[in-house]
Write a protein that binds this ligand. Sequence first.
Ligand SMILES: [Zn+2]
Length: 222
Amino acid sequence: MARAVVVFSGGLDSTTALYKAIADGYEAHAVSFDYGQKHRKELEQAAKIARGLGVDHRVVDITAITGLISNSALTSDKEVPEGHYAADNMKATVVPNRNMIMASIAIGYAVNVDAKAVYLGVHGGDHFIYPDCRPEFVRLLVSIALVANEGFIDPGFEIITPFLNSSKADIVREGAALGAPLELTWSCYKGGARHCGRCGTCVERKEAFLLAGLADPTSYEA
Ligand SMILES: [Zn+2]
């Protein structure tokens, strides 16, 4: 069975991506990153979801570099902004080069286990504030992976981004159709025991279930 490495945070997008990789016929190797994020709860949820699936799951501790990428509300004492995603207030949640750092490690892991693909759960709605969620980033990432690992990587290696042009509601719909335990996924950036219901990612989560026409299984503070 061909292998795929899935960058898996325990959120809606990457959980659905993990289920999609399995549905696509891959032996999935899930990899999560501890980069010192406030919302560490997502790592616990990721572990639960991976256990439920019985897939190989690694948590990579990259907290040694947290101090180098601390210019974000997710990795510092800065306040996480509330309200709907908008370019000005959500810029505070951009972690410098995050997807590149995680993807780079995932590609190394993929070469190591002879995987044919890396799945990334990046999605369309993130493009306007997160430059590393754009199609151009993904296209160049495949090219650089092939060049950097020539002779060691599968020549047909792919970066698979099933939701690059999807809305969050599309992802919720697909996750539900694939049987993913969406109630176990974690979105909130605030780091509480429950979803706050007010930060940009909670607002987006609520809206996605609403637009998908599915009952939201999440317990929100507000
Ligand atoms: Zn929240």
